[in-house]
Design a protein. Structure first.
Length: 138
């Protein structure tokens, strides 16, 4: 994952239509209940110079299966990119861990979210018609 940040404060990663994007710092702690988010917390090992990571994926109450599935999948990709060092955490709206809450001054949960990344498939509609067959079977 190019552009992966390595700061000592949480980095919010949102995604729209299966693509990970950085969330603006001024919006940290703001979550839409119809979305899922990846939060990367990077910090230095107190006993050395090694960077340690906590990766959280937050699932909104109305998040769709493609959204939280993608968040989980991208969390695994991030874990692999960081040499399997991150500790992964699954956060569900209204049941967030104390560690997750500690990253933000306040957590604001807002209505709405991004459109799904799946195409909406409309089945082919056929006109209704009545057929009458005559004849004998041979």
């Amino acid at each position: 994952m190019e552009g992966c940040r390595k700061q000592s404060w949480p980095s919010d990663l949102a995604y729209c239509k299966f693509k990970v994007t950085h969330w603006p710092k001024e919006d940290y702690g703001n979550f839409f209940n119809g979305d899922s988010y990846i939060i990367l917390n990077t910090y230095k090992d107190p006993e050395g110079d090694e960077l340690l990571y906590d990766v959280h994926f937050w699932i909104g109450q109305y998040s769709t299966q493609d959204e939280y599935g993608t968040a989980a999948y991208k969390t695994v990709e991030l874990d692999t990119f960081l040499d399997d060092k991150p500790v992964q955490h699954r956060e569900v709206m209204d049941y967030e861990s104390d560690l997750f809450k500690s990253y933000f001054d306040t957590i604001v949960k807002m209505e709405g979210g991004a459109d799904t990344g799946f195409r909406h498939v409309v089945p082919t509609e056929y006109p209704t018609r009545l057929l009458h067959f005559k004849g004998s079977r041979k």
